[in-house]
Ligand binder design. Sequence first.
Ligand SMILES: Nc1ncnc2c1ncn2[C@@H]1O[C@H](COP(=O)(O)OP(=O)(O)OP(=O)(O)O)[C@@H](O)[C@H]1O
Length: 597
Amino acid sequence: MLAKASQRPACCLLCLNGLSRIRPSASNSTTIPLGVRAMGGGPRTQPKYRPARLQLSQRVAISEPARPAKRKSVLYPGGLNQWEANLPPPRRPSQAWTQRQAVQAEGEKEFKTPKKQNKRPEFKHLRMARALETVPKGHKQRVRQTLNELGGEFMDYPLLPSIQDALAKDIFADLDHYSPTPVQRLTIPTLLDHEVSSEPPKEPKSFLMAAETGSGKTLAYLLPLIHNLKKEEALEVERKVAEAEAAKNAPGKSQYDVDPSEIDPGIPRPRPRVVILLPTAELVSQVGSIVKKLSHAVKFRSILLSRNFSPTVIKNSLQANPDVVIATPHLLSSIAQSEPDILGGCHYLVADEADTLFDRSFREITQSILVRAENLKQLILCSATIPKSLDTTLRKIYPNLIRLVTPNIHAIPRRVTLGIIDVDDDPYKGNKKLACADVLYNIARDPDETGFVKKVVVFVNSRDTTTPLTEYLQSKDIDVVEFGRDTQSRSESKILEYFTGPKVEAPLIGGSGPRAALKRMKVLVTTDIASRGVDTKQVRNVLLYDVPFSTVDFIHRAGRAGRMGKRGRAFVLVDKQTNKGWVRDIKDCMHMGQGLL
Ligand SMILES: Nc1ncnc2c1ncn2[C@@H]1O[C@H](COP(=O)(O)OP(=O)(O)OP(=O)(O)O)[C@@H](O)[C@H]1O
């Protein structure tokens, strides 16, 4: 098996090229095992057989047992799901703990634990959908202090005796005791404070009066306005009499030269002096009724201009030379186009529900009226909310605006409780109408308001919903009426008066079952039209069938209950499309007595 190295055949490229001609010397010639020689090894001094190191496993022929199949995620079958916990790294010891350790190490016996900070809700959802202007804390504190210092009775204000009479005999005839509310305490002295003169100032004084819903804003602006109107009238008569006297005593003139109309207090003056703008005909009627009550004791003429009156009635009332005009902006603006003088004598102008009158749908028409009122002395903007958009607009138009804002602005009072009903839960399973009917059943069976008809207002977002919802509730034996912008006839507009009117005694019906209870309840299904300014003083329950679009709408709708210190309840139906966090934030805010954002 052994062969001489010199006799070996060409085994590689080097041998073929003759490079391996260097032959080993005879002394070096050795024999190497054939297998090793073939591996290209050169001549070895100690030829040795090396067995191959690679060894096959004993179990080479035995197949591996099958691995268990990997669990597949239901959500991500492709394996995208994360199976690792990815826990955060262990927390560092708190600062307080480190301090305590340090102090203990120093041997100190007493150590005061730092006070834990109260964790307040962050109102994350409310902040994200912020719609209202924030009133600074400093302003609120200052106003609180001022309110504490101001007089606490209407008698403390220098109002005309006839106005004080009207308050006692006509406005608060049904109350044993009455005193001004915070907004009235804040506004009445400020608006009375201005110097009454017959000459219009160079620039009118503008005020923004803002306070929570149902806090008596209407009287807060009406009382000083009527006082100023009567004061102005008296001053003018005084001036005319003095002028007539002077003319009579002038040298070379006899008393017969004086024009009698100059000393007649009833002479035609430029009218009206006071204009009150309101966004809807219903509000015109509501404010008009208070003004009429005042005019019984304080003699002045007032007229109402709205779509509820025929053109003939409006024409006749304008010819009566009114002192006070209460109107919707569209109607007044169209009258002003044919009679430009109607606003020439206006000294006091109120834009009630200013957030509506300065929103996109009304702003142009409101401003056209303001431009025509050239001799204005006071402009009063009144609102229950200050949306961000209103604040921006007012800052631009009226940089010198005097703000009379109460500290509780934007807060729904704590005496109003909010119930959240999830329509997707059992037993409704997404049936919103059924949930609405069920809430109404429960209100009817509640032992509250015994002996009186329970008045409930249901708010929907769209007027298309009112009729189907009304029909559904009627099919469930609930006494329902609907009221919307399409409600035209006079009898239908009386509907609202039922809900703004006094308490009504319940009919005497035997039995205590649900059907008898339903007969003692009256429900109004309406849109946003009945949410602003409407004084539903005797309504204790409000149901928000649709979640309002913004906190502004929420405040106005929930504000129909719990007015003027009364208790109330608001219910809101939520479903899977609702931002439930936002509604929960509102509930927390209400619970804490904080203003909404
Ligand atoms: N000082 C008072 N004492 C008792 N009741 C009052 C007082 N002032 C006003 N009211 C009554 O409170 C009710 C609500 O008043 P008003 O409609 O003026 O509220 P508001 O602040 O204008 O509400 P909204 O913001 O909804 O328009 C009215 O019925 C009114 O007669």
